[in-house]
Design a protein around this ligand. Structure first.
Ligand code: MRU
Length: 375
């Protein structure tokens, strides 16, 4: 996507230096900063500390992290090299457990690298695979935008008859825009596509405590792209839905089971419950790398990351002098728990928007689109 007229992906290899570059998401929206990542260990830290974050992007980052690992792995024998790659993969998988994309990218790399017949060839395969994962992620998200745009277009057509001149009001939670992927995004891709086609849209942006991905990242992306939006506190969505101020909800997902249960940023489930109560359509957008075809029951099976309670006890922001600071919002002796994700059961989801099209959140409908995963 464009930042001040220049096209950026969230992660890329710089053509001149050959270095792996990433947008530092810890300092947005206050600063736009590019950082380099040179080692496998640095990539593990960048994913864990959320320099890069979002399901698709941590998948792509893990893909590149495996390439960095391949450059560091012992080259004396193929078996030693392969063993080291498995350990590098395990370390990457351990950084963040919920998003399927991360483990999926590591496993794809391991399967590809295994086929190499020399260390040199294995390193080349790791680089090509990392690039392929990133390119695919961008292309799949672009297609999600095209499929999702049709839903927004239909809502806009209906709204033009009942409330002429009013935009389609879309509520989203967390950041599932291009910063959460390599490009375009999942939940925001249809919004960008609709806006670019002249369909009037307005986005209600949940702030998304505790890390404020909505306030920091979604709002920044929408403002850079000129999409009308308003920031709301996390608890406002139900009230807005009761007063017909939300035409649809679109969120991203970190892992979706073969039956359509969707893990996404903590708080998503409550939005889905409110949407069902108010008759508001609730869509989940995801590329195929987010599906976990080995899981059925999301609430029982999807691993939910618990992060440091300090993320709840402190809030980061910009001071009037422009410097970034962190402030404590609770008593000194109050502890906190911090679950990063929750699971929205398939029964509350109106539809899934993937690169292959829109389908109901049911095993039958998902497997209709992804026939290769039929038993
Ligand atoms: O903890 P994060 O910022 O990595 O959160 C993950 C997500 O980006 C969201 O849950 C998102 O809505 C899923 S779509 C990338």
């Amino acid at each position: 996507m464009l930042v001040d007229g220049v096209h950026y992906r969230t992660i890329w290899i710089d053509k001149d230096s050959g270095k792996l570059c990433m947008i530092n998401q810890l300092v947005l929206p206050h600063r736009f900063e590019i950082v380099q990542c040179e080692t496998h260990a640095a990539m593990c830290a960048a994913i864990k500390d959320m320099v890069v974050r979002g399901a698709g992007l941590i998948g792509a980052s893990a893909g590149y992290g495996m390439w960095l690992g391949a450059l560091e792995a012992p080259s004396s024998s193929l078996s030693e090299f392969d063993e080291a790659m498995v350990l590098f993969g395990d370390a990457l998988k351990a950084t963040r457990p919920t998003a399927k994309n991360l483990a999926w990218a590591v496993d794809r790399q391991l399967a590809a690298i295994k086929k190499g017949t020399s260390v040199k060839e294995k390193i080349a395969i790791a680089l090509n695979t990392a690039q392929a994962i990133a390119d695919e992620d961008a292309e799949f998200c672009r297609r999600i935008g095209e499929h999702g745009k049709k839903i927004i277009q239909e809502l806009a057509g209906a709204k033009a008859k009942t409330n002429p001149g009013e935009p389609v009001n879309i509520l989203t939670h967390c950041n599932a825009g291009w910063l959460a992927f390599v490009d375009y995004g999942s939940a925001l891709s249809p919004v960008f596509a609709a806006h670019d086609s002249g369909i009037p849209v307005h986005v209600w942006v949940d702030e998304t405590r505790p890390r404020n991905q909505g306030a920091n990242l979604t709002a920044w992306e929408l403002s850079r792209h000129g999409v009308p939006h308003s920031l709301i506190v996390d608890n406002a969505g139900g009230h807005l839905m009761q007063h017909n101020m939300v035409d649809m909800v679109i969120t991203g997902a970190d892992r979706v089971t073969r039956c359509g249960d969707a893990a996404n940023k903590i708080g998503t489930y409550l939005k889905a419950v409110a949407a069902r109560d108010c008759g508001v359509p609730f869509y989940v957008a995801l590329p195929s790398s987010t599906f976990d075809f080995a899981m059925r029951d999301g609430v029982a099976e999807i691993p939910i990351e618990e992060r440091d309670g300090a993320e709840v006890r402190f809030v980061q922001g910009k001071l009037p002098d422009g410097s970034l600071a962190s402030v404590q919002i609770c008593p000194d002796d109050t502890g906190a728990r911090n679950w990063g994700f929750d699971v929205t059961p398939a029964r509350l989801i109106t539809g899934l928007i993937s690169e292959r099209g829109v389908c109901r959140a049911s095993e039958e409908a998902i497997l209709e689109l992804f026939q290769e995963h039929r038993p």
